[in-house]
Design a binder for this molecule. Structure first.
Ligand code: URA
Length: 433
C-alpha cells in the first residue's frame, strides 16, 4: 500500500477501507508517513468528506494508536460528558458532582484550556492544594468511594489525534466534520467511557457558529457512538452569549458552587440539569428524562450535590472550606465597574469578545507556555434580555493590572443594547440520540 494512492483515491471522491485508514493512521503515528502526506490526506477529507463507516474506522484507528484506559475496577455504567467548549463553560464542575450524587460513577479526564479561559483542570487548580494528577489506583478508588474523580489527561491517549490535530491547526483543516467528530470521539472512547453525553455548542462563542453545522457534527458523533456500541446523546446548546455570569477561573468555580446549592444563573442551571438528566438515564439511575430532572433538582436543593463536590475537592487535596466560603478562592486586587452607555435591552453579548478580554486579563493562555492568573476574570451583571438604564453596571472586571480602560472598552463593544426587548433564545436547542 502507498500513502500517495490513498490520498489520490480520497481526493477523487473514493471511499477508504478500514485497512487503508489504519495504514495511514498507524504509519503517521510511527513517523513513517510524513506530515506533508498526512496534511494532504486531511485536506482530501476536508473536501470529500467520509461516510459513517469510514469515520468510525478513523475513530478506532486513533483510539488504537495509544493507550486505552480500563475502568473495569469501577462498578456501574461509566458515563462521560464532553463539551465542544465555549466562553464561561463551567458545566463539568456542576454536572459531574450532580451525576455522582445520583449514584452514577464519573471517572473524568479533562483538558487544560488554550485560548479564552482555562479548561476545567485549570479552573479546579484555582482551589488551594487541589491535585489534578492522581495515580490510577487512587483515581479508581476515589470514583468507587465518592462516585467521582476528575484528573488531567495523562498517558498516551489517542496520540494519532494529538499529532493530526497539530497539523490540522496549521493547514486550515480543523473545520471538517469527519475530522472533528473522530477527534473528539477517539479521546472519549480511549478514556474508557461506556456512554457519552455531548454538549455541542452553537453560536458566536462556539466552534460551530451555525445551527446546521452544529447539528451535522452532533449527528456524526452520535452515529460514531452507535456504530462503536457506546450509547451517545448530543445536546445542542446555545453559545450566543457567555454561559452564566462568570468568565475566568476562580470566579467560575464560585459560580459552579452557587448552582450546586440550587441557585445561580437560570440558563446555566438548565443546561446542567439537561446534561445530567441524560447522563443519569444512560447510567441507569432513573427510568426516564422527566424522572431524572425531578430527582436531580432535589439533589441540588437538598445539598447532596454540593456535598459530593465538597468530598471530591477534599479527596483530591483541595481546601474544602472554599465550598462554604468561596471568598477563600484567589481574589484579584482591582474591581472595575463597566457601565452602560445607553438605555434599552441587552440584545447580545459577543461571547468571543468577552473570552478574548478575559484572556487579556490573564485568565487564559495565548500559548501553551503561558501561565494563568486564577483570580482575574469578568462578572457579567447584565445578560441577554435584561433591561438597562444609562450608567447601570453591565459588567465588573476583576484585574491585577492598574490600567483597565482597554478592557472596559472591549466589554462595552461586546454588548449590543437595543430599544426593543429581544425574543428569548432557548439554552437547549435540540437533542440528538
Ligand atoms: N476538539 C477536538 O478535540 N478535536 C477537534 O478536532 C476539534 C475540537
Amino acid at each position: 500500500m502507498r500513502m500517495v494512492d490513498l490520498i489520490q483515491h480520497k481526493r477523487d471522491g473514493g471511499r477508504l477501507t478500514r485497512e487503508q485508514i489504519y495504514y495511514a493512521v498507524q504509519g503517521f503515528t510511527r513517523g513513517d508517513i510524513p506530515d506533508y502526506q498526512m496534511s494532504a490526506f486531511a485536506m482530501a477529507v476536508f473536501f470529500r468528506g467520509m461516510d459513517e463507516e469510514e469515520i468510525a474506522d478513523l475513530t478506532m484507528a486513533m483510539v488504537n494508536s495509544g493507550d486505552v484506559v480500563s475502568l473495569a475496577g469501577i462498578t456501574g455504567i461509566k458515563v462521560d460528558k464532553h463539551s465542544t467548549g465555549g466562553v464561561g463553560d463551567k458545566t463539568s464542575l456542576i454536572v459531574v458532582p450532580l451525576v455522582a450524587a445520583a449514584g452514577v460513577p464519573v471517572a473524568k479526564m479533562s483538558g487544560r484550556g488554550l485560548g479564552h479561559t482555562g479548561g476545567t483542570v485549570d479552573k479546579l487548580e484555582s482551589i488551594r492544594g487541589f491535585r489534578i494528577e492522581l495515580p490510577n489506583d487512587r483515581f479508581v478508588r476515589n470514583v468507587n468511594e465518592n462516585k467521582m474523580a476528575l484528573v488531567g489527561q495523562s498517558g498516551n491517549l489517542a496520540p494519532a489525534d494529538k499529532k493530526l490535530y497539530a497539523l490540522r491547526d496549521v493547514t486550515a483543516t480543523v473545520n471538517s466534520i469527519p475530522l472533528i467528530a473522530s477527534s473528539i470521539m477517539s479521546k472519549k472512547i480511549a478514556s474508557g467511557a461506556d456512554a457519552i453525553v455531548l454538549d455541542v455548542k452553537v453560536g458566536s462563542g462556539a466552534f460551530m457558529k451555525s445551527y446546521e453545522d452544529a447539528k451535522a457534527l452532533a449527528s456524526t458523533m452520535v452515529s460514531i457512538g452507535k456504530s462503536l456500541k457506546r450509547r451517545t446523546i448530543a445536546v445542542l446548546s446555545d453559545m450566543s452569549e457567555p454561559l452564566g455570569t462568570e468568565v475566568g477561573n476562580a470566579n467560575e468555580v464560585a459560580e459552579a458552587i452557587e448552582v450546586l446549592r440550587g441557585g445561580g444563573d437560570t440558563r446555566l442551571r438548565e443546561i446542567c440539569l439537561t446534561l445530567a438528566a441524560y447522563m443519569t438515564v444512560a447510567g441507569g439511575a432513573y427510568g426516564n428524562y422527566d424522572e431524572a430532572r425531578r430527582a436531580l433538582d432535589e439533589l441540588l436543593h437538598s445539598g447532596r450535590a454540593v456535598e459530593t463536590f465538597r468530598k471530591f475537592v477534599e479527596a483530591q487535596g483541595g481546601d474544602p472550606a472554599i465550598v462554604d466560603d468561596p471568598g477563600l478562592l484567589p481574589q484579584a486586587a482591582v474591581h472595575v465597574s463597566v457601565r452602560a452607555e445607553r438605555e434599552g435591552f441587552v440584545q447580545s453579548i459577543d461571547a468571543e469578545t468577552v473570552g478574548v478580554t478575559a484572556m487579556l486579563l490573564g485568565a487564559g493562555r495565548a500559548t501553551k507556555e503561558d501561565s494563568i492568573d486564577y483570580s482575574v476574570g469578568i462578572s457579567l451583571r447584565k445578560k441577554v434580555g435584561d433591561p438597562v438604564k444609562f450608567g447601570d453596571v453591565i459588567a465588573v472586571i476583576h484585574s491585577n493590572r492598574e490600567q483597565n480602560q482597554d478592557i472596559a472598552e472591549r466589554l462595552i463593544g461586546a454588548y449590543t443594547i437595543v430599544s426593543d426587548k429581544p425574543e428569548p433564545v432557548p439554552v437547549v436547542h435540540s437533542v440528538i440520540e
